[in-house]
Design a protein around this ligand. Structure first.
Ligand code: GLY
Length: 347
């Protein structure tokens, strides 16, 4: 896979203008959703000839019809194999825009400008692009990294506290799979008074952790599975909440998933009690605890069995023996999984 440049900037307008000068292209296309078109595009210095494609916001619109609209806009406005796309938005825009770039004329160059914390530290980096197929998330896609990911905490100024916390959950995951120093810097980030100047270096550290793993295993054959920590249980919580008609933000489900999977790590791999307590305390304060009871255990178990990371009906987890001590492709018995759910519920 081609390497991806990650650029951190406090002046996204000037930096984008510089990048547009550096990357050879004939026509320029900018993809935004209706929110980023209003709030983020004005923060960028787009040349007059840029053609803006606006799509409806929300993961429920990350489907083939929206993608077809983007392809048609590219085609009807004369995009060639030498055109450049700039995706400005959260994970929905960078995933769909990346996939449009991967597939239009068998691949054109593109830049990601993530505008949410979740997209900065996860969706927009690492080269995964794609769309949903009906209820199946990211079912259709390609590994196709952006030429550049331009990261600026400036965009987070208007992000609400829930979405900030949601992105931070993926940063907690990156801290847990990297090293104790990184983890302790995250533990000292004060969510009561979030400061963007303190957050920006933490974001870059987080992206670097992900990039190092992706570089070793771009197509998720082995170590990239480390990035699934917290997600086996997290995805089950997320789907259950959606089925109940009370959807939760992705990162909240991941944070709750982390509590359970760190407990399982403790049970199976000897993950230290003090770090488990510390993570639990932080997550409880920022994300509270999900509302579920014993009656939902079978449903959660069944959802975990259907996770696309599994082979057959065995449930696969990424677990830790300690911070940075990654154990991929671990399984657990139904009793252990129910004990994990007891732990999350009772904490
Ligand atoms: N979001 C996990 C990954 O990119 O592999």
């Amino acid at each position: 896979m081609k390497p991806q440049r990650i650029i951190s900037t406090e002046q996204p307008d000037a930096m984008l203008a510089q990048l547009l000068g550096e990357i050879d292209h004939d026509r320029l296309f900018v993809l935004a959703d209706e929110n980023t078109a209003t709030h983020c595009i004005p923060l960028l210095r787009l040349p007059q000839e840029a053609h803006l494609i606006t799509i409806e916001a929300g993961d429920e619109n990350k489907h083939i019809e929206t993608l077809t609209h983007v392809w048609e806009e590219l085609s009807s406005h004369g995009a060639t194999r030498h055109s450049l796309m700039v995706n400005v938005g959260g994970g929905m825009v960078t995933d769909l825009g990346g996939f449009a770039a991967a597939t239009y004329k068998r691949g054109i160059h593109y830049i990601n400008v993530p505008t949410t914390l979740l997209a900065m530290v996860d969706a927009a980096v690492g080269g995964k692009t794609g769309i949903n197929l009906h209820a199946l998330k990211n079912e259709i896609g390609a590994f196709y990294p952006a030429d550049v990911v331009m990261v600026s905490a400036t965009f987070l100024g208007t992000l609400d506290a829930g979405n900030l916390a949601s992105g931070f959950a993926e940063m907690l995951k990156h801290g847990l799979i990297s090293n104790a120093d990184h983890w302790s810097r995250l533990m000292s980030f004060d969510f009561e008074k979030p400061q963007l100047d303190i957050l920006q270096p933490l974001i870059m550290e987080s992206i670097q952790t992900k990039e190092e793993i992706v570089k070793q295993d771009p197509t998720e054959q082995h170590i990239r599975k480390a990035l699934n920590l917290g997600h086996t249980l997290g995805h089950a919580f997320e789907t259950m909440a959606m089925r109940r008609g009370t959807p939760c933000l992705h990162g909240y489900a991941v944070a709750w998933g982390l509590i359970g999977e760190l407990y399982l790590s403790h049970l199976r791999e000897g993950f230290p009690t003090d770090t488990l307590r510390q993570a639990l305390q932080y997550i409880k304060e920022v994300y509270s605890i999900p509302d579920f009871g014993c009656k939902q255990y079978d449903e959660l178990y069944e959802l975990m069995q259907h996770d696309k990371k599994n082979r057959g009906t065995e449930i696969h987890f990424t677990l830790l023996g300690g911070i940075g001590d990654i154990h991929i492709d671990r399984t657990a018995t139904k009793e252990e999984i129910f004990e994990m759910l007891d732990f999350v519920r009772e904490c």
